[in-house]
Design a protein around this ligand. Structure first.
Ligand SMILES: [Zn+2]
Length: 137
């Protein structure tokens, strides 16, 4: 008689982000509840990408003001819309090209900066090589 089935395994999510080691230690159903994965070090992530410490971008505005912005993602939304504009005829009213910077702060994905490219003189990455904390020897 075989009453045991193989799905009696520990109910742990075990999801692994594609960019960093460390499996999810939460219960297997948490993702179904819309909750973020969390590893043993307390880093959380959704989908397939685990965010470590954000990069810091130093922005020099055309005004000369210098600002540092934490960033997990730098996006240029208009660059994906150029073809669409032509095809659908949305027109040139979409505004000036913008830069958007997002970062995950305390587990919340936030828009840190949305600025017109023409207002930015330079944008420089001032950090690097520290993608995931806790990975040191
Ligand atoms: Zn999980």
């Amino acid at each position: 008689m075989n009453a045991q089935t193989t799905d009696a395994e520990p109910a742990i999510c075990g999801a692994v982000a594609s960019n960093a080691p460390g499996a999810c230690v939460l219960d297997a159903e948490h993702a179904l509840r819309g909750e973020r994965h969390q590893d043993a070090e307390g880093l959380t992530w959704a989908y397939d990408f685990k965010h470590g410490r954000p990069d810091i971008y130093e922005i020099t505005w055309m005004s000369g003001h210098i600002e540092q912005v934490p960033a997990h993602q730098v996006a240029y939304p208009h660059r994906g819309l150029i073809v669409t504009d032509c095809a659908i005829g949305i027109g040139a009213d979409a505004g000036a090209p913008r830069v958007q910077i997002h970062a995950e702060i305390n587990g919340v994905w936030r828009l840190m900066l949305s600025a017109r490219e023409e207002d930015i003189r330079t944008m420089r990455l001032v950090t690097g090589g520290e993608r995931i904390p806790g990975g040191a020897s």
